[in-house]
Design a protein around this ligand. Structure first.
Ligand code: IFL
Length: 445
């Protein structure tokens, strides 16, 4: 009898040891991933808060051979890391288009056809970011024309050339937005988009040998850059379809990548037909882990593009209110929120890296102070990404516009190269960014 008990106890000990071993393997497999707990992010059990940058062209620089610039990429990652920046928002998929200001080359030349060199660029970027303990937010589509985006999917389905709705040819932004939003209603386009998502998320990194879905460097997959339901004037008819698209796509990504987070890429109220309730509806689903919002006071005419100093005070007041209202909404929804884009023009609307940035510096300081204040109060905001890192990119073109083969800056091809870029020579702004990053990292754990 006693021997029977002994044998049973021995077996129990083995089972317990095996369970402990298995759970520690499971914990190790999950470690390093950013998670959501209530209105905060955590990383390995501690709060995760960040100061980040937009670096849309990071994967382009990572491409092998002459098409990329790996030396520039490594040097700029070092510079960003030294400034305390540890979270980068990057374009992961682009579509070849006939847009006048579309980026060339693109990852996807046609449905199902992907440029392996550019995908290896993303591999390399993630490998280098991983070495530096940085996190990536990767967007998988674009509402805007500069990377082809939703409009190009529409064109692949209909056969209509994008030129008919190219805002850089027609000047008709409402027409462009309404055309882009047709994407949500096209089953064929959705199928190709999901194929593209599978192609990226299902990838194994050619540099590290790690499956993307097992890579903790990827914090979040983002549905698209600034997806909108359509134009402010005519987009309301798409609201329900848009909300459903967000939910379905986010759910689809979660199935593919259960360890990583999913976010929308939304600008917030201003990108939701100026309707906060619609923004909330799109972010309520459990398939969306956290909220994003963007802050563009000069694009939204709160501050003058050509003279940001002129109406700076009133524009700042609106900007800070915009931040407060979005943080409050996230708190009510019980999810974290990230200010994933904000930017302002250089003094007098100049594009030149040699021009002043007094108003911009004031704007960055005020935005960061408000973000930090919310973080100190324990509110739902978890981080920010300024728009955009331009590093050592410069244009030599008289019209300031990008042309294929030119070095990339933080401003995508549809905008003047220098409009919102933070160049490596912008010492005063870099100091503000770095001070903020250090203040965020010094918050209690
Ligand atoms: O370049 C723009 C980008 O498409 C974006 N938001 C605003 C940027 C500056 O206008 O996502």
């Amino acid at each position: 009898m006693r021997d029977g008990w002994k044998e049973m106890a021995g077996r129990c000990r083995i089972v317990v040891a095996c369970l402990l071993l298995l759970s520690s393997f499971a914990a190790a497999a999950q470690s390093g991933f950013v998670r959501v707990e209530g209105t905060h992010f955590t990383l390995d059990g501690k709060p995760y808060r960040f100061a980040g940058a937009n670096f849309w062209y990071g994967a382009y620089l990572g491409a092998p051979g002459d098409s990329g610039d790996r030396a520039r990429l490594r040097a700029e990652l070092d510079q960003l890391k030294a400034a305390g920046i540890d979270n980068l928002r990057v374009l992961a998929m682009s579509e070849a288009s006939g847009f006048k200001r579309g980026v060339r080359p693109a990852v996807m030349s046609a449905p199902g056809k992907y440029d392996e060199q550019l995908l290896q660029g993303l591999d390399y970027l993630l490998a280098e970011m991983g070495k530096r303990d940085m996190k990536a937010v990767l967007y998988l589509n674009n509402f805007w024309q500069w990377s082809g985006g939703m409009s190009q999917y529409v064109s692949w389905v209909t056969g209509e050339p994008v030129s008919a709705h190219d805002p850089d040819r027609t000047g008709d932004w409402n027409g462009f937005m309404q055309n882009s939003a047709r994407f949500y209603r096209m089953p064929e386009a959705q199928g190709w988009y999901r194929d593209a998502i599978r192609a990226v998320i299902g990838r194994t990194n050619s540099v590290t040998g790690m499956a993307y879905v097992d890579d903790p460097t990827v914090m979040s997959w983002q549905l698209a850059n600034e997806p909108r339901p359509g134009s402010d004037t005519d987009g309301h008819a798409n609201a329900d379809v848009y909300v459903k698209w967000v939910d379905d796509t986010a759910g689809f990504i979660h199935e593919l990548a259960p360890k990583q987070l999913v976010s929308t890429g939304s600008e917030g109220e201003m990108g939701s037909l100026r309707d906060m309730e619609l923004y909330v509806r799109a972010h309520r689903t459990p398939n969306v882990d956290y909220l994003t919002f963007h802050l563009w006071p000069s694009n939204w005419s709160w501050i003058d593009h050509k003279d940001p100093a002129a109406r700076l005070e009133s524009g700042l007041a609106r900007s800070l209110d915009y931040i407060d209202r979005h943080v409050a909404v996230a708190g009510k929804l019980g999810k974290p929120i990230v200010l994933s884009e904000f930017g302002l023009n250089r003094d007098h609307g100049s594009y030149s890296p040699d021009s002043g940035v007094q108003a911009r510096d004031r704007f960055y300081r005020e935005v960061y102070a408000r973000v930090l204040k919310h973080m100190q109060a324990g509110d739902a905001i978890a981080g920010s990404n300024f728009w955009a890192w331009g590093g050592r990119g410069r244009t030599a073109n008289a019209d300031w516009m990008w042309a294929p083969g030119d070095p990339f800056t933080g401003d995508p091809p549809q905008e003047a190269q220098g409009l919102f870029s933070l160049f490596d020579s912008d010492a005063s702004t870099l100091r503000i960014v770095s001070d903020h990053a250090h203040a965020v990292h010094a918050l209690p754990h």
